[in-house]
Design a binder for this molecule. Sequence first.
Ligand SMILES: [Zn+2]
Length: 152
Amino acid sequence: MEKFLKQNGNQGSSSKTPEFVELDDLPSDPADRKPISTYDLNQQDEIRRTYLLRGPCQPSGVAFPYRMIGNNSRRFPVTWYTNFKGWLEYNDRVYCLHCYLFKDQVRNIQEAFISEGFNDWTRQDKVQCHQGEFNSLHNKAFKMGEDLLNQD
Ligand SMILES: [Zn+2]
């Protein structure tokens, strides 16, 4: 009986530390990615660096699907890749690489471009708004990315 209880106790207090992951196995697709905070704390910067070196997920040469917005049929404007260089990601919707990577370090960061994604293809102004001015939360995250890559 005593032994049984002990085993039970051990199980209950078993460490929740996540295991290290293979960097090559990290999913590139914004829809498949796990929050950085779910990875082992000691591996998080390495994971961030891996994603930064890969660059944003920007599939090209694909037939971006049309959807009705108001009375018009619109699709992802591929010019957004260049208009929002270095961070904008696409997979059916658009996401932000840097806000995903540094969500835990930047308070009140805009969740829309991390988990929900954005797909109103008529509203480039909204994407511009996410990027914001020099001191925006997005640019804080972007700067953290640059700093992390410069650390070596
Ligand atoms: Zn962002």
